[in-house]
Each structure stands twice: as structure tokens, then as C-alpha cells.
Design a protein. Structure first.
Length: 297
């Protein structure tokens, strides 16, 4: 398995639970390879994606019909998740107005809706980050997955207005402290923090303040799903460690077991955060060790 082969497969995987994760998992694998240089990451990521996503052998966007829609009609179709015409609608939006127009529309919605686990922003950013690297043929399956993500995430979503009195001085480091204390399901708060930090220059400052506040709320209030809370018994057994131990734990998280594609996305986040905040290595190792123990329970 090579990087290019994993990308081709990731573009053709759809979600079986909620939002498609394969593209974000591919990017996590790519980030991990850049640092660790282990070619085994491509096959491992593919195995993990295969366990939870469904593979498509055709492009729905490429086969869609040519009926023309106005932009309000396109947005209505996507908001109401009307299939299969949703594929054609998004393709027209992309062709007529460009991806940036679509992204700008939905990133504002994402900032206004504090979605549990924050997939509305992390997966949105993963699509935006991947697009410039694709060739013309890959655009069709990319838009298939993007259509599925938008309708499953933003369909029938009402806009929630944030109070203008929210804390506008939240820092990434203060968020890291909070997210280590409450990582959420499979470290999703840490994954979200990583995506926000990596894409800071791509997000308007006023929206970034909202995303930081949203993450602050998720990391400091009871989780929507109580089963996602830290297991106190397992966490009490989990160990801190130095950089050598952290790298060993990270390798174990990625390759030591094959259960959940979030092994790759979380490992990517932990590796990035350790590089940005080396002083947090012991705490990040404990989170890594905890997740390994939880997987093997």
C-alpha cells in the first residue's frame, strides 16, 4: 500500500455511522508519515478505514443529470438532504461559484453550531486542505464525499447565535490544558484543537474566536454522551512518560491494535501537539497510554 493508493481508496469510502472519516484519516496518516517515515502507516490506515466505512465503486457526482438549479435551490436541496439530486446540486455550486464560496458558507454555519465532537469543523477543514492536491479525475469522488458530509452535518441545522459576551481571549495553550483534562471520545477535543491550530491562517479571526470558545465549552462541561467520559479506573493506571516513552506509546497506538480509525487521527493530533508543546509530553503520553488500555479492555 502506498500513499497514492490510500488516497484513491479514501476518496471512495462513505460513512456508515454519520460523517465520512476516510479523508481525514488519510491526511492524519500522511502527517504521521512525514514525521515518522514508516511506510506501514498506509496499510494500517486502510485496514482501519475498511472496518468502519463503506466502499463505493462509482461516482454519483459524475453520473448526475444536468438539470440547472439556482443557488438558493441548491442550498435548499442540500439543507433538506434530498438524494440523489444533492450530488448534482453541489457539483453545480462547485462549478458555478467555486469551492471557496461553498467553504465560506459552511464554515460560518460550523462556527454558529457547537456540534458534539466538532466534526462539523474538523472534517470541513480536512476537505478544504485536501482539495488543492487532487487531480481532475479525483474531484468527482471528492465531491461525492463532500456532499455526504454537508448533508449529514448541516442538513436541517438551525443557526444558533452565540452571545457576544463569550470569552474572546482563549489561547491554544489554555485549550490544551482543558482538552487534556477532558479529551472526550477518542480524544476528539485534542483532534479538534490540532485542526484549529494547523488551519489558523485559513480561518477568519472572528470565526476562530468562536471555534475556540466552542471547544472550551466542550472541554469544560459534561459530555453529551456520558459513556465518553474518562474511565477513572483506567486513567489512574495510565502512565506519564518522557519523549522516548511517548514515541513508543504512539507507535503502539497506531500499530499495536486494529480497532478504530481514530487510532490514526488521534495519534496524528498527539504527535502534533507534542511537537508544539514539548513540555506537555508526560501528559500526552498518559492520554496515549490511556487510549491503548481502553482499546484493549
Amino acid at each position: 500500500m502506498t500513499e497514492d493508493e490510500l488516497l484513491e481508496r479514501a476518496l471512495n469510502y462513505s460513512a456508515t455511522i454519520h460523517q465520512p472519516h476516510a479523508i481525514k484519516s488519510y491526511q492524519a496518516a500522511k502527517n504521521i508519515f512525514t514525521v515518522l517515515g514508516n511506510n506501514a502507516i498506509w496499510a494500517q490506515a486502510d485496514k482501519l478505514i475498511f472496518q468502519s466505512e463503506i466502499y463505493n465503486v462509482r461516482s454519483f457526482t459524475q453520473d448526475s443529470h444536468d438539470t440547472q438549479f439556482s443557488l438558493p435551490r441548491i442550498q435548499s436541496i442540500l439543507n433538506r438532504s434530498i438524494y440523489p439530486v444533492a450530488y448534482s446540486a453541489l457539483y453545480q455550486w462547485y462549478c458555478n461559484y467555486g469551492f471557496t464560496n461553498i467553504f465560506d458558507h459552511y464554515i460560518k454555519l460550523a462556527a454558529s453550531n457547537n456540534e458534539y465532537l466538532s466534526h462539523n469543523i474538523t472534517i470541513l477543514l480536512s476537505f478544504q486542505t485536501l482539495l488543492p492536491t487532487l487531480n481532475e479525475k479525483q474531484i468527482y469522488p471528492f465531491l461525492d464525499r463532500f456532499t455526504e458530509f454537508l448533508t449529514s452535518t448541516f442538513g436541517n441545522t438551525s443557526k444558533q447565535l452565540l452571545s457576544e459576551s463569550f470569552d474572546q481571549n482563549i489561547t491554544f495553550q489554555s485549550l490544551l490544558d482543558e482538552c487534556i483534562h477532558q479529551p472526550s471520545f477518542f480524544g476528539h477535543n485534542l483532534i479538534t484543537l490540532t485542526w484549529l491550530m494547523r488551519c489558523e491562517n485559513q480561518i477568519p479571526s472572528e470565526l476562530m474566536r468562536k471555534f475556540k470558545f466552542n471547544l472550551h465549552i466542550q472541554a469544560t462541561t459534561p459530555l453529551e454522551d456520558p459513556e465518553d467520559e474518562l474511565d477513572a479506573d483506567i486513567y489512574s493506571q495510565s502512565l506519564e512518560g518522557d519523549i522516548t516513552q511517548f514515541m513508543m506509546s504512539l507507535d503502539n497506538l497506531i500499530f499495536g491494535i486494529c480497532k478504530n480509525l481514530h487510532q490514526v487521527t488521534l495519534a496524528d493530533a498527539l504527535l502534533y501537539l507534542q511537537q508544539q508543546f514539548p513540555i506537555y509530553t508526560p501528559k500526552l503520553n498518559r492520554i496515549t497510554d490511556y487510549q491503548i488500555r481502553l482499546l484493549r479492555r
